[in-house]
Design a protein around this ligand. Sequence first.
Ligand SMILES: Nc1ncnc2c1ncn2[C@@H]1O[C@H](COP(=O)(O)OP(=O)(O)OP(=O)(O)O)[C@@H](O)[C@H]1O
Ligand SMILES: [Mg+2]
Length: 256
Amino acid sequence: MGLPRRPAAVFVGRQEELTALQQALTVGPGVIAQAVIGLGGIGKSELALHYALAHRNRYDLVWWIDAEGAGAIEAGLAGLCRALCAGMAAKAAAQASAEEATAWALAWLATHQRWLVIFDNVEEVDHLQPYLGRLHTGQVLITSRRDRGWQEIGTVLRLGVLAPAAAVGLLQSLIAPGIWDPDAAAELATELGELPLALKHAGAYIAIWPGGRPFAQGASIDITSGGRAGLEAAASTTCQSSSVSSSTMTWGGRAG
Ligand SMILES: Nc1ncnc2c1ncn2[C@@H]1O[C@H](COP(=O)(O)OP(=O)(O)OP(=O)(O)O)[C@@H](O)[C@H]1O
Ligand SMILES: [Mg+2]
């Protein structure tokens, strides 16, 4: 099994989505492709990780590919070849070009059935088409911020923000009991739009705030101006630096 990291220790909500993935990736002839699409930071990769780990016993091979760009997809498939070619073939695999190694990996996938390949963060549907066209068995799980074009190759799950209770649960997992305030947390979760990435950053920020001031000083998140500004800065940094703004461009008008 080749996953990039352990799934997050605390995973909230998403039961319906996990069930939908399980159902979609269970039935059907030929290669089965399922896309999970949504905004940056909404939890696509985390959902894919949890699905892969929960269902690893159904597969002989689970392989994760960081698929941001055509070159990354080829490199990920070449990596699969090298991982499969242990022992005698290891030297040949190491010396093979990326193109040769990719062709070998595709040949292996085409002749086996019980495998799951996760293409994480695919930018363009066209980046996958040449590979999927050469496969006739197995299962493919895709995550992408791009919102159109996936129906051509499989089923689509549009991932939304967390349910309010799950969002509060995520905050609670990050904040010490001594400064926990459920009402303030509920308000904060709403302000952050129940976006997992923003919730994690805000929760981490509160956890390291000296003395836990944001929650300790009152039942409201209407805290001292410094603390409030800090929280907003944390959330804003979260959204701008990592995902939301860049993904909005892809997710909105330019997608498709
Ligand atoms: N259901 C969840 N429970 C707990 N944490 C979550 C959940 N979903 C996402 N997270 C956390 O939120 C953060 C963002 O999630 P993730 O990386 O999966 O987003 P993404 O949709 O893949 O974003 P991107 O498009 O930027 O790759 C991560 O730290 C992840 O661990
Ligand atoms: Mg991701």
